[in-house]
Design a binder for this molecule. Structure first.
Ligand code: PLP
Ligand code: TYF
Length: 394
């Protein structure tokens, strides 16, 4: 039967990872996949994660199944981390998922169950997996303008005009912070305008938040999400713990569904558990347990927050250094956007040909749309990248 299978398009980000591995040049620079790397190029296990794992190893006396929605203590800890006290806990249904990707997938399935003809509005561009999963589920995709190729900021007028065409029964997918792949984000006043459009159109917001703590800080990065959920009757939030806890391979995420009232909440909670059961029964637990252990222990939490701040500060430092170096070499301010962007990524805003030239001539690997992982740099490779950018004429 399998002779009928057709080959599927590869994930370009993951394909680039493979190409990088196969490049024998010792001077190569990996700005591809979104993984944090320290100045030595390593992705270390965070201190609090190691300590939590030790605690778990010592105290865990069973590995029996949790619940279909995962351990409720994980949901409580994450709801508090992401949403704070923006909405009453009794209105938030939640299910642990395999990573943020699992949360995104389950959210789309929930939408499709509730409204088979729902359209999902996505930023142009967005994380390619959003598009891939939506296509796979046969959900109609409506792109909204987002990135301004000139300013490398947000095309806010275009975005607003496009979002206003949504209506009740549609979903508007927003990145909570640290937009992937552009690094360009809304300011607080612009978020207020988006909230107004959501209220006027009646469309349902869905927030994907995968980089809380990587932009302006843990609370600052969640501020828009918190304000938004408090301002609309219903909302979906897909949160990932992969980056901010550095537990990528543990597959740790949470899908939250905020309901208009407690009656709807019970149905949401039961449906999230049902959806987990259809797809994988019980969600992975180890990463969730690490996160819960850290968030519920004052000392571990403080140490995790401190290390996350070091990570955030390192990325900001690299941004400033790169923008400064490019200003020096180009004699212009046209790369100033790099210091304004937030999170792991910046879209340089150049052609696939120039990206290819950077790879072939200089061994610099970035995604074809010119997305760079800032954490792939260090103080020594920043000048190398800046010189290469000028050399290929960007
Ligand atoms: N959403 C966005 C925008 C992402 O960039 C990522 C990637 O890290 C995810 C969700 C989910 O990541 P993971 O499934 O590894 O938790
Ligand atoms: O955008 C990134 O690089 C990260 C990691 O299918 C990632 O979000 C990339 C591709 C993918 C899953 C995760």
């Amino acid at each position: 039967m399998f002779e009928t299978l057709q080959s599927q398009p590869a994930d370009k980000i993951l394909a680039l990872m493979q190409m990088y591995k196969e490049d024998p040049r010792t001077t190569k620079v990996d700005l591809g996949v979104g993984v944090y790397k320290d100045a030595t190029g390593l992705t270390p296990v965070m201190r609090a994660v190691k300590a939590a794992e030790q605690q778990i190893w010592q105290s865990q006396d069973t590995k029996v199944y949790t619940g279909l929605a995962g351990d409720p203590a994980f949901a409580d800890a994450m709801i508090s981390l992401v949403l704070g006290d923006a909405v009453p806990r009794a209105t938030v249904a939640a299910a642990a998922t395999p990573g943020g990707t699992g949360a995104v997938r389950q959210a789309f399935e929930l939408v499709q169950m509730a409204k088979p003809d729902a359209r999902v509005f996505v930023s142009d561009p967005t994380w390619p997996n959003h598009l891939s999963i939506l296509k796979y589920l046969n959900i109609e995709i409506v792109p909204y303008r987002y990135f301004d190729d000139e300013t490398r900021g947000v095309d806010f007028d275009g975005m607003m005009a496009d979002l206003k065409t949504a209506h009740a029964g549609d979903v508007i997918l927003l990145h909570g912070c640290c937009h992937n792949p552009t690094g360009a984000n809304l300011n607080a006043a612009q978020w207020d305008d988006v909230i107004k459009v959501l209220q006027d159109t009646g469309a349902t917001p869905m927030i994907d938040i995968a980089y809380q703590g990587f932009g302006d800080g843990l609370d600052a990065d969640a501020a828009a999400t918190r304000k938004l959920v408090a301002s609309v009757p219903e909302c979906l939030i897909a949160a990932s713990c992969s980056k901010n806890f550095g537990i990528y391979r543990e597959r740790t995420g949470l899908l939250m569904a905020v309901a208009a009232d407690p009656a709807a909440h019970a149905l949401n909670q039961a449906t999230l558990a049902f959806l987990n059961r259809q797809n994988f029964s019980f969600p992975p637990d180890h990463g969730a347990r690490i996160v819960t252990t850290i968030l519920n222990d004052d000392a571990l939490r403080a140490d995790w927050m401190a290390e996350l701040e070091e990570v955030r500060g390192a990325m900001l430092g690299l941004r400033t250094q790169l923008a400064g170096e490019l200003q020096r070499l180009s004699g212009s301010d046209r790369f100033g956007f790099l210091a304004q962007h937030r999170g792991m990524f910046s879209r340089l805003g150049t052609s696939p040909e120039k990206v290819e030239e950077l790879r072939v001539k200089h061994g610099i690997y970035m995604v074809g749309d010119s997305r760079m992982n800032i954490a792939g740099l260090n103080a020594d490779s920043v000048p190398v990248l800046a010189a290469a950018i000028i050399d290929v004429g960007i």
